[in-house]
Design a protein. Structure first.
Length: 386
């Protein structure tokens, strides 16, 4: 890359956010109508735009974890720095797209993406061109690159990459279509799963252990259930990684506040499996109109030759199939071997990186190759390490 290109990038990034890029440098974004992106402090979201955000989310996938009931406590408890709120309106004031953005390094912006959020905070109204809107957002930012992280092809069809759009595979995630009755679903599962569940139940019965499954939905029982969940996680392997939920840590405060929001709306559940009155497995779940999302699972790992988390899911799925309230059960985590016991359906999430100029992507690859050098190169000073 030439020194002229480096100077071009440095000069652009020195411009204030409101400044327009040079017509010679910027890539034109054709649009059939006038659209405008505006960038705001995050405080504007709870301060009056929550209903607008939620309305757009309801039209563009209606996922519960992209509602403000999830996002507001997430930012309050776990964001190192509050993200920025980006809104795109047409000339009539209709909201076309919205995003929560965070700076990811010098010259780079990306969708807000803490580990607790399954997908990047990016919403696009049905029928709108998400690629064009993302390109317009990049042009509105003092940035060389805009990253849309952890995108779901079910919501945003995966596009073809080009010199200005880089695509990166993220993970495969699994789901279950809830159709028909549970017996038919169960018969379609593998022979080993069905046999193992039968043997475990027989062993519990022979040992005189009473198995009880509860779906906790009452707001009055939530705090107790969350404390119980925290005790399970704190006693598990997660305690050693520092990711265990506890009522007194940020994780615990977030999940408790978030679940309280969904319980109040009648769209939150805690699944609990108990052996002789002692909780041995629990799941935290939230839902939208036709989709239930399993957010977290905790179980007693000291039990041998018993899979409490599997027994829990067998009981829960039996009820969900028989009730027919939801059409999908989403896991939104990396497909593990245990997921394949419950479903053979999966799809691949992806990252999309929009570059202002064609050389940005090439430069980023060079930086990634040499980012172990002791002295920062001019490339690193422009866009930061990969």
């Amino acid at each position: 890359m030439s020194n002229n290109s480096i100077r071009q990038a440095q000069e652009f990034l020195r411009q204030p956010a409101s400044a327009k890029p040079s017509p010679k440098a910027a890539i034109p974004v054709p649009s059939p109508r006038k659209v405008k992106w505006t960038i705001h402090p995050f405080a504007l979201l709870p301060g009056g735009h929550a209903a607008v955000w939620d309305s757009l989310n309801a039209k563009s996938g209606n996922l519960p974890f992209l509602e403000t009931s999830f996002l507001l406590p997430l930012v309050q408890e776990l964001a190192a720095q509050a993200p920025r709120l980006a809104l795109c309106h047409d000339g009539r004031g209709v909201l076309l797209a919205a995003a929560l953005l965070q700076q990811a390094g010098f010259g780079q912006w990306e969708t807000f993406q803490p580990s607790q959020l399954p997908l990047g905070a990016w919403l696009v109204a049905p029928g709108e061109d998400g690629l064009q809107l993302a390109r317009g957002l990049l042009q509105s930012l003092p940035a060389l690159r805009l990253g849309l992280s952890q995108q779901d092809p079910r919501l945003h069809e995966r596009p073809a990459g080009n010199a200005l759009l880089g695509l990166v595979d993220y993970i495969d995630t699994a789901w279950i279509d809830v159709s028909g009755d549970f017996d038919r679903y169960w018969e379609a599962r593998g022979k080993n799963l069905r046999s193992n569940m039968r043997k475990q139940r027989s062993k519990l019965e022979a040992d005189g252990i009473k198995l009880q499954f509860d779906r906790i939905k009452s707001p009055e029982l939530l705090d107790e259930a969350m404390a119980e969940y925290g005790r399970l996680e704190t006693a598990s392997w997660k305690a050693g990684t520092g990711t265990a939920l506890h009522p007194d840590n940020a994780q615990g405060r977030f999940y408790t506040a978030m679940m309280r929001n969904f319980f109040a709306a009648g769209r939150g559940e805690v699944w609990r499996l108990s052996f002789d009155g002692k909780a041995v497995a629990m799941d935290l779940c939230i839902s939208s109109e036709d989709t239930l999302v399993i957010l977290k699972t905790a179980y007693d790992s000291s039990l041998h030759n018993i899979s409490p988390a599997f027994l829990l899911k067998q009981e829960a799925f039996r009820q969900l199939f028989n009730e027919g309230q939801w059409r999908r059960i989403e896991f939104y985590g990396r497909v593990m071997d245990w997921h394949t016991k419950w479903t053979d359906q999966s799809r691949r999430l992806y990252h999309a990186n929009f570059d202002r100029w064609g050389w940005v992507g090439q430069l980023q690859k060079i930086v990634a190759k040499f980012n172990r050098t002791a002295v920062a190169s001019p490339a690193e000073k422009i866009i930061g390490p990969a």
